[in-house]
Design a protein around this ligand. Structure first.
Ligand code: ACO
Length: 320
């Protein structure tokens, strides 16, 4: 039996931070109390003007490659999740490949917004399990600060920039135990960036638009459901989970999901306080921070789950 196992993790946060107080100093009509009480966010990182998603991805990937103790040439598949790509094309995965100084491996982007990393990991696992590929680099990288309307206090306080990466290798030992992915495009209006480039101009609105309360309700419902579904698929129950690593959108969504699953918060990895919502980067960023701090250990069972625009949602259950 071929399993797909994470052999290294890495992450990168741009050095510039923006606290809630900094946002107020920029003239945004908000307060630290409002943001902390509603979202749990205190600060976020913002990429410098010269940093693109592929630059953040490169820094995170190099750390994952080092942690896995492999040469970058061994990577035969690159899947990168982002909603803030460097260009319309080529894919950010291809740009990352060039920056890594390797060539030949299959490379493509996955667009599933905040569920992007769960989607990318589930897809990579299927490539490895099929026997067609042996060593995947799976990345979530975002510069969400570029698609925020800084005059919309309902959205601009929520997001940040960053990247996280894992190396997923073929192994005789588990590995990913189960994965589940879903989407329902009929909910696309509650969270969207309804713009594109046409005839040399931006057509529509190139900024995040969100119905916050509708997103909150939807997220809590599907995160609890998909967690249960992936556990059922693996023939396990919540008692088997050592760590829940949810998409870091909002501490209240995370707490409600944990409560629905009957998991205490000390089994939940949270980074939203310092990172904000980094969309596709949030799960691998949280994973890497808990691995590097020594909280997550080899052999433990992890539940990774995300939900985001589309709407999309998914979960991956794995033995680390
Ligand atoms: N500072 C101060 N006041 C604010 C701010 C702000 N940053 N933003 C909105 N308000 C005000 C509103 O104008 C409104 O004022 P009013 O009552 O005078 O009209 C009031 O706060 C309440 O607004 P609501 O939108 O109803 O506030 P709510 O309690 O729903 O909280 C929030 C908003 C935090 C966005 C919440 O809906 C939420 O957490 N939703 C989930 C959204 C989310 O996490 N999105 C991330 C992307 S999606 C994903 O990753 C899955």
């Amino acid at each position: 039996m071929i399993y797909a196992r994470i052999t290294g993790t890495g992450s990168y946060l741009p050095p510039t931070t923006l606290s809630n107080i900094d946002l107020m100093a920029r003239g945004i009509d908000t307060t630290d109390e409002w943001i902390v009480e509603r979202t749990g966010i205190r600060s976020r990182h913002i990429a410098d003007a010269g940093q693109q998603a592929s630059d953040l991805a490169l820094a995170a990937s190099l750390k994952a490659v080092e942690a896995a103790d492999i040469p970058a040439e061994k990577i035969d598949l690159i899947i990168l999740a982002t909603s803030t790509p460097d260009y319309v094309f080529p894919s950010t995965a291809c740009l990352l490949q060039a920056k890594l100084g390797v060539s030949g491996a299959a490379a493509f982007d996955v667009q599933a917004v905040c569920s992007g990393f769960a989607y990318a990991l589930a897809v990579a696992e299927k490539f490895i399990r099929s026997g067609s590929h042996q060593c995947a680099l799976v990345v979530g990288a975002e510069v969400f600060s570029r698609i925020l309307d800084w005059n919309d206090r309902g959205t601009c306080v929520l997001f940040g920039d960053g990247a996280g990466a894992v190396i997923l290798e073929a192994s005789n030992e588990p590995g990913v135990l189960a994965s589940v992915l879903h989407a329902d495009g009929s909910h696309h209006r509650i969270l969207e960036v309804p713009g594109n480039v046409s005839g040399g101009k931006v057509v529509g609105q190139p900024f995040v638009k969100m119905d916050g309360p509708a997103v909150f309700k939807f997220a809590v419902k599907v995160l609890a459901e998909v967690a249960q579904e992936v556990l059922n698929q693996a023939g396990m129950d919540t008692g088997a989970i050592d760590w829940l690593i949810p998409h870091q959108a909002n501490i209240r969504i995370i707490q409600s999901t944990a409560k629905k699953l009957g998991l205490p918060m000390d089994k939940v990895v949270t980074t939203v306080e310092q990172h904000g919502n980094t969309s596709a980067a949030s799960i691998p960023l949280a994973l890497d921070s808990a691995v590097r701090s020594g909280r997550i250990k080899r052999g433990e069972v992890l539940m990774l789950e995300g939900v985001g625009g589309g709407f999309t949602w998914g979960a991956v259950l794995l033995k680390f």
